[in-house]
Write a protein that binds this ligand. Structure first.
Ligand code: ATP
Length: 327
């Protein structure tokens, strides 16, 4: 029989739509197994400052459809220190919390891995990040909503671009990865997509604009914020110099990509993984992230989960597809 009686749950790092659905599933899953569950506010910051609140079925009522996280989230430098983690451990012991579910991305799991090794403390991670950059799950919670938010926004931009015969450069999130740009770019029928993983340069763009179809009323270029061209404004400036007669506009989508109601896909994924995390802890699993691969629940060691998998998702085949469709 498992010794776990009180599970602590926190959200950490960048917020992602579906985090609330995940919290709800962890709480309801814990209650189903007659466990106590404690909400920890502002990620590891709340762990270090003992900012805890007991949770019951009611405390997660009516949140499955809400973006953001009711537990708040934070980036916490103190958790990177031995002293900070010692305080966190003492607070867990003092409050009778004997296992943790952490919802976040690679940084959150790196911290969880270090902590659980130092104190042999049971921790399971839930992949909550819009980046979809974790190994051990086909999708992370929040990614589906984020790319749909981008698609909805760019569809609106396309309407105005088409009406005015404009070229729009749209910047989307992705400091280290062009995954959001590539998938949403294909989804909106972008004329070009600039991502850090591909070698397309602004000169390539110029060539394409000069030699592309002349009958296109509008053009949309999707740029990942981490592209080496330096973001949408830089690309815009270069293109404006080359094509002074073109009506060129720039739009940076920014934080709207993190917000909003989670898609049904994200709600269902978060719900399934949240309950699986509780069950995993009760089965004695720890230092692992729970994910879904080919419809199956899979537990992956933190150290493996945090290895970025962009290489598998941004293949030459995907880049070729985007190019074929932009003709
Ligand atoms: P996202 O992918 O949305 O950015 P994330 O979980 O990767 O989410 P980070 O800000 O990288 O977000 O990490 C969240 C928190 O995890 C950090 O603020 C810090 O408290 C903790 N953390 C990250 N790296 C370490 C580390 N090496 N040691 C201890 N704690 C860490």
């Amino acid at each position: 029989m498992s010794k776990i009686q009180n599970i602590g749950v926190l959200t950490s790092g960048g917020d992602a739509p579906g985090m609330n659905a995940a919290i709800r599933a962890v709480v309801r899953g814990s209650l189903y197994y007659k466990l106590k569950v404690t909400g920890i506010l502002r990620g590891y910051d709340g762990l270090i400052n003992a900012d805890f609140m007991p949770m019951d079925g009611k405390s997660v009522a009516n949140i499955i459809q809400r973006g953001g996280t009711i537990l708040k989230t934070a980036r916490c430098d103190d958790f990177r220190t031995v002293e900070g983690r010692a305080k966190a451990y003492q607070n867990l012991v003092d409050n009778g919390i004997d296992a943790l579910v952490v919802i976040g991305g690679d940084g959150t799991f790196t911290g969880a891995d270090i902590f659980s090794q130092e104190y042999d403390f049971p921790i399971i991670g839930l992949p909550g990040t819009i980046d979809n950059d974790l190994e051990g799950t086909d999708l992370t919670i929040g990614y589906d909503t984020a790319i749909n938010t981008v698609v909805n926004a760019v569809d609106k931009i396309r309407d105005t671009a088409e009406s005015h015969d404009r070229l729009f450069i749209v910047e989307v999130m992705g400091r280290d990865s062009g995954l959001i740009a590539l998938r949403s770019g294909i989804g909106v029928g972008a004329e070009a997509i600039l991502i850090p993983e591909a070698k397309t340069t602004v000169s390539d763009l110029v060539y394409r604009i000069e030699h592309g179809r002349k009958d296109k009323a509008s053009k949309i270029i999707v740029v990942a914020e981490g592209d080496e061209a330096g973001g949408a404004y830089n690309v815009g400036e270069t293109l404006k110099k080359k094509f002074p007669h073109h009506d060129i506009r720039v739009s940076v989508l920014g934080h709207i990509q993190r917000g909003g109601k989670p898609s049904c896909m994200d709600r269902v994924l978060a719900s399934r993984l949240g309950v699986a995390a509780v069950e995993g802890l009760l089965e004695g699993k720890s230092k692992v992230m729970v994910g879904q691969i080919n419809k199956e629940i899979v537990f992956t060691p933190f150290a493996k989960a945090i290895k970025h998998i962009d290489a598998a998702q941004i293949t030459p085949g995907w880049l070729r597809l985007a190019e074929i469709l932009s003709l």
